[in-house]
Write a new protein. Structure first.
Ligand SMILES: Nc1nc2c(ncn2[C@@H]2O[C@H](COP(=O)(O)OP(=O)(O)OP(=O)(O)O)[C@@H](O)[C@H]2O)c(=O)[nH]1
Ligand SMILES: [Mg+2]
Length: 229
């Protein structure tokens, strides 16, 4: 039986998201509106094994706060549209800088794959990446690819298949903040959990509360009212 799944592509600008998107979806592309935003996101479809996938090419961002429209679009898609899997595309030549976004996505969802792209460039520069160590430390699949050279793609597709079907369970590493922040999170968490249930990631939401992100909180309130109404 054919099942359909949605994949979001997130990552810093210029990490090769669109190159990967074009490689996988080819000419089967369209645009659409999501998460109540009047913005067109590129989507495309492909099939793998017996499953149908819709892939969404999110705008490139350095973080997922509300610093810019693009950050809000990417964040809202992951939080409200709840893709079956989020591919976080990282630049192999700037892994440390790119990891920030990956850690943020890991706070929101446990269905993600870290995709280290531009591995051909990294190899030229003599950069060696041990994905097995990363996988262990981060608790999520880490796949090395070159979207331009089309390498690592079969492994990526296979991993996508195994995450969406539940064959792989991710347990993303959760960042620990300073003592003061952790205390505040612990205070907020029970109430946030009560209100958001299992619909939104409660720890992440508590952090946003501490940030005073009122815009996001209004959106959440609206969604909860709609769901209950
Ligand atoms: N060498 C190499 N270049 C790549 C690879 N993947 C993408 N590129 C190049 O990197 C540049 C940026 O690629 P895009 O696919 O446009 O990156 P993006 O993440 O969609 O960028 P934004 O949409 O601006 O966030 C292009 O010149 C690509 O050809 C790769 O695996 N290896
Ligand atoms: Mg792009």
């Amino acid at each position: 039986m054919t099942k359909s799944f949605r994949i979001a592509l997130a990552g810093n600008p210029n990490t090769g998201k669109s190159t990967l998107f074009n490689l996988l979806t080819g000419l089967k592309q369209h645009t659409g509106n999501w998460a109540g935003k009047t913005v067109d996101l590129k989507a495309g479809t492909f099939t793998f094994k017996t499953n149908q996938y819709e892939m969404i090419d999110l705008p490139g961002t350095y973080s997922l706060f509300s610093n810019s429209k693009d950050e809000e679009i990417a964040r809202d898609y992951i939080v409200f549209e709840k893709p079956d899997v989020t591919l976080v595309v990282l630049d192999a030549t700037a892994l440390e800088r790119n990891m920030n976004l990956a850690l943020q996505v890991m706070e929101i969802t446990d269905r993600l794959i870290i995709c280290i792209n531009l591995i051909d460039e990294a190899e030229k520069m003599g950069i060696k990446i041990n994905e097995k160590v990363l996988m262990k430390r981060l608790g999520v699949p880490v796949i090395k690819i070159s979207a331009r050279n089309k390498s690592g793609i079969p492994m990526l597709l296979d991993t996508i298949d195994r995450v969406v079907t539940g064959a792989i369970q991710c347990t993303p590493y959760q960042m620990t903040y300073d003592e003061e922040t952790e205390k505040k999170i612990a205070l907020l968490l029970p109430t946030v959990e009560k209100i958001s249930g299992n619909k939104f990631p409660a720890r992440w939401l508590s952090l946003r509360l501490l940030d005073g992100d009122t815009n996001l909180l209004q959106q959440i309130q609206q969604k909860i009212t709609i769901m209950e109404g």
